[in-house]
Design a protein around this ligand. Structure first.
Ligand code: GDP
Ligand code: IMO
Ligand code: MG
Length: 450
C-alpha cells in the first residue's frame, strides 16, 4: 500500500489535472469552457452520461455540437477518452464521428473508448419512451436516448459492455437472447427477434475495435509521463443520480465522484475542480426550479441566451441565479473556482436578482433540501441589484465590464462561497475573461493557454 501511494505521489504531473463539471441543471456552457482550456492538456476524458449531453462549441463562427466525444476533440493532437462510466450508443457515436469528419475533424489515433463502457441497445430507447409514457404526469422529461434503461441494465448486472462485442460471440449471443426476451416480457405483445440485434452489435464492435482501450491504464500511464488530463463532466450536480433533484435527474454521477468511478482514476489524480455556472439558471425537462421565471422576462432570457436544448431542441426553462444551488454544488464537488458563463445574456436588464435562500413551511432554508415537496414550494429570497446598459459581450478583461456587472459578479461570488476564475462573455473561444491570481493561474501558471 505504502509503495503504491509513494509511486502515485512521484508520478504527479507537472501540470495539474482538473475536473470541469456542471454546477446547476446542465447546459451551463461546459463545452465552451472545456474547449477553451484544452490547449493546457494532453488528454480530455468524459466520465459519465451518454449522448443525452449536448455540448456546443463555436470556433470562429463554426458551430460544433458534441454529444459523446469530449469537447477537446477540436484541438489537433489532444487525445479524447470515453470512460467506463459513459453509456455508448454505437449508432450515435458513429453519427457524431462521421459529422466531425465532414467538418474536417478526424478522431482516428486520438480517440479511446473504455472496454468497460456499457452499450445502449436499440430497445433501451424504446424502454425510455415507454417508461415516460407510463409515468404520465410524473414523467421525468428525459432526452429519450435510452440513458436510464442502459444504466438500469448496468446496475442490474445484465448490461452489455463494449468488450463483450469484440470476442466470445457465443456468450454475447446468450446475453442478447436473454436481454431481448426480458424486453419482450416488458413490452406488451412484443416479439422482437434477438438475431438482428446480435448481428448489429457484432458489426458495431468491429467498427469500434480500433478505439477500444484500457482507459484507466492509459490515463495512469499518461499522468505518469507528466501529461495532464481534463476530466469533462456531462449533465450537472443537480441532475446527479445521488445528489440531484431525484427522481428528476439523469442516471449517472455527474458530480466529481463520477470521475473516479467513471474513468478508473484515483481521487488523488484530481488536482482541481472547476465548476461551470451560468449567470442565471436554466433547466430542461421536469422537476422543481425554485427561481423559475415566466412571462416576458423568461422569454427575454430564453431568446437572448438561445436557451433551446442542444440535443432535443426543447425550450429551456429560465430563472435567476440561485446561490443556494451553487453553494451546494461547491460543497459536493469541492469546487476551487467557478467558470461563470453567459454574463452577456443579462446585458440591458434594468435589474438583476440573486437567490440567497428559500422561504419554506419549515422556515428559511439556506441549504439545498432533499425533499422535493419542500423544494417545489420554496419561495426564493432575492437580492436585487442594478443592471447594466453598456455591453459585457465579448469582454476579455474585468476592466472592460461595466461597474454594475463587476458588482454583480462580486456579490455572486460572495453568496456562492466560491470565486470566478473565468468569466465567459460570449459563445466564442475568444469571448472570455481569464482572471489572473485565480485558481487557473495556480493550476497552469502564468502561461495559461486560453
Ligand atoms: P453545455 O451542455 O454545458 O456544454 O452547454 P450547452 O452547449 O448545452 O449550452 C450552452 C450554450 O451557451 C451554447 O450554445 C454555447 O455556445 C453558449 N454559450 C456558452 N458560453 C456563453 C457565453 O458566455 N455567452 C453566450 N451568449 N453564450 C454562451
Ligand atoms: P449537458 O451535458 C441539460 C436532463 C433531461 C431530463 C433528465 C433525465 O448538455 O449539460 P436523461 O435522458 O438523462 O435520462 O434525462 O436530465 N438532461 C439534461 N439537461 N443538459 C444535459 O446535458 C442533460 N442531459 C440530461 O432533460 O430532465
Ligand atoms: Mg448541453
Amino acid at each position: 500500500m505504502i509503495v503504491a501511494s509513494l509511486q502515485y505521489h512521484m508520478c504527479r504531473m507537472s501540470n495539474t489535472s482538473i475536473a470541469v463539471l456542471g454546477t446547476q441543471w446542465g447546459d451551463e456552457g461546459k463545452g465552451k469552457i472545456v474547449d477553451m482550456l484544452t490547449p493546457n492538456f494532453s488528454v480530455v476524458a468524459r466520465y459519465q452520461g451518454g449522448h443525452n449531453a449536448g455540448h456546443t462549441v463555436y470556433v470562429k463562427g463554426q458551430k460544433f455540437v458534441l454529444h459523446l466525444i469530449p469537447s477537446g476533440i477540436l484541438h489537433p493532437g489532444v487525445t479524447c477518452v470515453i470512460g467506463n462510466g459513459v453509456v455508448v450508443d454505437p449508432k450515435a457515436l458513429f453519427k457524431e464521428i462521421d459529422e466531425l469528419a465532414r467538418m474536417g475533424i478526424a478522431v482516428d489515433g486520438r480517440l479511446r473508448i473504455s472496454e468497460k463502457a456499457h452499450v445502449i441497445l436499440p430497445y433501451h430507447r424504446e424502454l425510455d419512451v415507454l417508461s415516460e409514457a407510463r409515468r404520465g404526469e410524473r414523467k421525468i422529461g428525459t432526452t429519450s436516448r435510452g440513458i436510464g434503461p442502459a444504466y438500469e441494465d448496468k446496475i442490474g448486472r445484465r448490461g452489455i459492455r463494449v468488450c463483450d462485442l469484440l470476442s466470445d460471440f457465443p456468450a454475447l449471443q446468450e446475453e442478447v437472447r436473454e436481454n431481448v426476451s426480458a424486453r419482450n416480457r416488458i413490452i406488451k405483445d412484443s416479439t422482437l427477434d434477438w438475431r438482428p440485434v446480435f448481428d448489429q452489435l457484432v458489426a458495431d464492435g468491429e467498427r469500434m475495435r480500433p478505439w477500444v482501450n484500457d482507459v484507466s491504464l492509459f490515463l495512469w500511464q499518461a499522468m505518469k509521463e507528466g501529461k495532464s488530463v481534463m476530466f469533462e463532466g456531462a449533465q450537472a450536480t443537480l441532475l446527479d443520480i445521488d445528489h440531484g433533484t431525484y427522481p428528476f435527474v439523469t442516471s449517472s454521477n455527474a458530480s466529481v465522484g463520477g470521475v473516479c468511478t467513471g474513468l478508473g482514476v484515483s481521487p488523488k489524480a484530481i488536482g482541481g475542480v472547476l465548476g461551470v455556472a451560468k449567470a442565471y439558471t436554466t433547466r430542461v425537462g421536469e422537476g422543481p426550479l425554485p427561481t423559475e421565471l415566466s412571462g416576458e422576462l423568461a422569454e427575454r432570457l430564453r431568446e437572448s441566451g438561445q436557451e433551446y436544448g442542444a440535443s432535443t431542441g426543447r425550450p429551456r426553462r429560465c430563472g435567476w441565479y440561485d446561490a443556494v444551488v451553487v453553494r451546494y454544488s461547491a460543497r459536493i464537488n469541492g469546487l476551487d473556482a467557478l467558470a461563470l458563463t453567459k454574463l452577456d445574456v443579462l446585458d440591458g436588464l434594468s435589474e438583476v436578482k440573486l437567490c440567497t435562500g428559500y422561504r419554506t413551511a419549515q422556515g428559511l432554508l439556506t441549504e439545498f433540501p432533499a425533499n422535493l415537496k419542500t423544494l417545489a414550494s420554496a419561495e426564493p429570497v432575492y437580492e436585487t441589484m442594478p443592471g447594466w446598459s453598456s455591453p459585457t459581450k465579448g469582454a476579455k478583461r474585468m476592466d472592460d465590464l461595466p461597474v454594475e456587472a463587476r458588482r454583480y459578479v462580486q456579490r455572486l461570488e460572495e453568496v456562492s462561497g466560491v470565486s470566478c476564475a473565468i468569466i465567459s462573455t460570449g459563445s466564442d473561444r475568444e469571448e472570455t475573461i481569464v482572471r489572473p491570481d485565480s485558481a487557473i493561474t495556480s493550476w497552469f501558471g502564468e502561461s495559461v493557454r486560453a
